[in-house]
Write a protein that binds this ligand. Structure first.
Ligand code: TPP
Ligand code: SF4
Length: 346
């Protein structure tokens, strides 16, 4: 008997849904709900977040606490939820346009921060909801509403972007390769850290038909021609490969800063300068640039602050800057690098 208990996780009262017949989104929603059910997760411990688009409507059909964010912002909301409620499972259900275009910057940084959320990207390679405009993942040459002679630009390679820096989990699958698709969803949900499932899907009405496909099934066969499944541990995927690329955190060696310990020179052995004498060392007439700080005199002639046409800091040359430095403490680092040449005679 077929187990239909996953339907508890769907808001059945909202059905029939708004998606076109044959659209891949239904398969994404159903299989994510099935995987959540299999893991024993429920509306008490799982939250769904979406952006805007046909795909972005998915969270509204889930019988979970759900957030429907503005366009491009599901990752910000998801990361915030996970931050304040780490006990919850947080999933994002959205489209390639929402996540990769207007939400692209959030994708970079949420993945970089390795927030423990799982993203299901219904990647139909088009802006579906708004009528079939070319989106960030539209393959070059594709005829769309906004590129009737073929898309001019190369697509954003989500797989390359998301596997640049460990740790990462990036899976590519399609709505047609069902067993593979299910396995990717399952593994992504269990991954500790940021996981992204790039689900190649169809928008039959506003992309497929323009490309000449008569049915969604014809598009699925096209996915089968374009992609093949690769098994086993992978750290990267080629563009025609379906699989899981993952890597755990790299051990980044910490740079040890070498601090040069200069021997302390006794004050009495330093050359004494009165304030009047110090004023003469202002860089004019071939003189070096001296500055006094906390009773010691330093030679700042080599400092770039005093070089160049404008010699920007020359008003400070030949002076005792102790009081000025009290309000600019980082200046100490600048001064201490330079040779100590004397002391102030009080
Ligand atoms: C700030 C803002 N810009 C643009 C839009 C228009 N808009 C709504 S959905 C969408 C594209 C969604 O594409 P995708 O995420 O790929 O979802 P699909 O509809 O293909 O499932 C755009 C551009 C918007 N709603 N808000
Ligand atoms: S317009 Fe495209 S993406 Fe939107 S529901 Fe229809 S087939 Fe699906």
């Amino acid at each position: 008997m077929i187990d239909r208990s996953y339907k508890e996780l769907l808001k059945m009262r909202r059905f029939p849904h708004t998606w076109c017949p044959g659209c891949g989104i239904g398969a994404v929603l159903k299989n994510v709900a099935m995987a959540i059910k299999e893991l024993g997760w429920n509306d008490k411990n799982t939250v769904a977040v979406s952006g805007i688009g046909c795909s972005g409507r998915m969270s509204g059909y889930m019988n979970l606490d759900a957030v429907h964010t503005p366009h491009g912002r599901p990752l910000t909301a998801a990361e915030a939820i996970k931050t304040v409620r780490p006990d919850l499972h947080v999933i994002v259900l959205s489209g390639d346009g929402d996540l990769g275009s207007i939400g692209g910057n959030h994708l970079l940084h949420t993945s970089r921060r390795n927030s423990d959320i799982t993203v299901f990207c219904n990647d139909n390679e088009i802006y579906g909801l708004t009528g079939g405009q070319a989106g960030p993942t539209t393959p070059k040459g594709t005829k769309t509403l906004t590129s009737p002679r073929g898309e001019h630009y190369s697509p954003l390679r989500l797989g390359r972007i998301l596997t640049q820096q460990a740790p990462y989990f990036y899976a590519r699958t399609t709505v047609y390769h069902l067993n593979h698709f299910k396995a990717c969803i399952h593994e992504a949900l269990l991954w500790k850290g940021f996981s992204f499932v790039d689900i190649i899907s169809d928008c039959i009405e506003l992309n497929g038909r323009r490309l000449g496909f008569k049915t969604a099934h014809q598009m699925f066969k096209w996915f089968d021609e374009r992609f093949h499944i690769v098994e086993g541990e992978r750290d990267h995927l080629r563009e025609d490969e379906l699989g899981i690329a993952k890597a755990v955190a790299e051990e980044v060696p910490q740079a040890v800063e070498k601090v040069e310990v200069k021997p302390e020179i006794p004050m009495e052995s330093l050359k004494p300068f009165t304030l009047e004498e110090l004023h003469r060392f202002d860089g004019t007439g071939g003189n070096p640039i001296y500055i006094a700080y906390k009773g010691k005199v330093y030679d700042l002639s080599a400092s770039p602050l005093f070089q160049g046409e404008k010699r920007m800091r020359c008003h400070m040359a030949g002076k005792d800057l102790t009081k000025d430095m009290d309000i600019a403490p980082h200046g100490e680092d600048l001064i201490f690098k330079f040779p100590l040449v004397g002391r102030l005679k009080l």
